[in-house]
Design a protein around this ligand. Structure first.
Ligand code: AHG
Ligand code: MN
Ligand code: MN
Length: 406
């Protein structure tokens, strides 16, 4: 399957030549053609004076970048001419555009993702989803991710690539500028089951819920013998951070916070497309508790927390979200940050260079209790674990003050 172009790939992938497949292939091709035109602009934003913003705010209340508008216009122009496209809705449009309400598919898009990175030449992209037209009108757009028949994105980076999920398979195409066509560069992409990279905007740490803080601290300071440190990578363009996570594995987290109670990323044209892609590639996509694809939208521009990545990394994140609830009968406002075992307690006492008596005084228990902990005869309770957390954090001078203390 090497080096076939997008059109031949779609013909071979969507092979049973029924009408729906032919029309789906044609809508995907139209979107790909629009991204080729956008790519021609992203390469020369500094020459065409298209780095700045318009004197206009979109429905999100965000200032519209020139390239946001240009990208949106290119998608509208091309899709309006495609008889299989019934309508188009995007981050840049307050309401959907209906072209031909009886046509088979609707397209949702974030025409230019990562706008804050345009002026500094960092990777940016276009994200899209394709939904069957079931209601023949605007309500067709308010559907859960389960209704998406295809999704994909382009990433305008060192290479201009186009990633498509069709038939539950995820493939990557690279734009050959000479031929101005996309050629297959990765087929049947699978997310590694575990990764060594975490991707999150740590600048929001102070406005996160404690469970998110706990996840981050445990990610930065993994406990347990086999634990290895992870690397932090954060571009600030969802398409770039998501694509790296799709290929290398690991986890991308954009949680809710005090400023964005429902998260920052938009469900319909950022979260759902990546949820379909990651799920089809054997990865996971959740909000703080359930699969993104199961979220029933109320309005088109609604936001959601978005956690995508390797199955085991996402499950580890979810465990941090449910710990408090599972132990709802215990003293839940004291959620320990770290797991404490006989081994780690002994290591902590030795790193503090304290006798069992003095260590007991530091964490508020008797010498005998310390001995029972270290002999694995009894486990510390919640209050003890909190005291052990504090004792541990006091030695970690590379860590900030204990964030659990309000
Ligand atoms: P957009 O440019 O379409 O508005 O999307 C920007 C999003 C997304 O690309 C990225 O993951 C996120 O904003 C970064 O947000 P922070 O700058 O708050 O980290
Ligand atoms: Mn975006
Ligand atoms: Mn955008």
């Amino acid at each position: 399957m090497r080096n076939i172009n997008l059109e031949s790939y779609l013909k071979s992938e969507l092979k049973d030549n029924n009408e729906e497949n032919d029309e789906l292939a044609s809508v995907i091709k139209s979107i790909a053609d629009a991204t080729k035109l956008i790519a021609m602009d992203t390469r020369v934003t500094g020459l065409k004076q298209i780095r700045g913003s318009l004197d206009k705010t979109n429905v999100q209340g965000e200032q519209v970048q020139i390239l946001d508008q240009i990208s949106n216009d290119k998608l509208v122009d091309i899709l309006a001419k495609n008889s299989s496209c019934a309508g188009y809705a995007s981050e840049e449009l307050k309401d959907p555009k209906i072209f031909n309400s009886s046509a088979r598919f609707m397209v949702v898009a974030d025409p230019l993702d990562g706008s804050s990175n345009i002026s500094v030449n960092m990777p940016i992209g276009t994200i899209f989803g394709i939904i069957r037209n079931t209601d023949y009108g605007k309500s067709s757009f308010i559907k859960s991710g389960r209704y998406y028949i295809s999704a994909g994105y382009s990433l305008y980076g060192p290479s201009d690539i186009f990633v498509i999920c069709a038939n539950n398979k995820v493939a990557e195409f690279t734009l050959d500028p000479q031929k101005n066509d996309y050629f297959l560069s990765r087929s049947e992409i699978k997310v590694p089951n575990k990764g060594s990279i975490y991707s999150v905007n740590e600048g929001n740490f102070s406005i996160w819920d404690n469970k998110i803080k706990k996840w981050l601290l445990n990610t930065k300071n993994p406990s347990g013998t086999s634990a290895k440190n992870k690397k932090l990578r954060y571009v600030g363009s969802l398409v770039a951070d998501a694509h790296r996570t799709l290929i290398n594995g690991g986890i991308f987290v954009y949680p809710s916070d005090k400023n964005n109670q429902n998260g920052k990323l938009r469900l319909m044209y950022e979260a759902n497309p990546f949820a379909l892609i990651f799920t089809s590639a054997g990865g996971s996509a959740v909000d703080l508790e359930k699969e993104i694809l199961d979220i029933e939208p109320e309005n088109f521009h609604q936001r959601t927390p978005l956690i995508i990545g390797s199955k085991s990394d996402v499950n580890n994140f979810l465990e941090h979200m449910t710990t408090g609830k599972k132990k709802v009968k215990e003293n839940t406002e004291i959620t320990p940050i770290f797991k404490w075992t006989s081994n780690s307690i002994t290591n902590l006492r030795k790193s503090l260079n304290l006798s069992r008596t003095n260590f007991g005084k530091k964490v508020g228990v008797s010498r005998a209790t310390v001995l029972r902990w270290e002999k694995d005869i009894v486990l510390p309770n919640y209050i003890n674990k909190k005291a052990l957390d504090n004792a541990f954090l006091s030695v970690k001078n590379d860590l900030i003050d204990n964030p659990m203390e309000d």
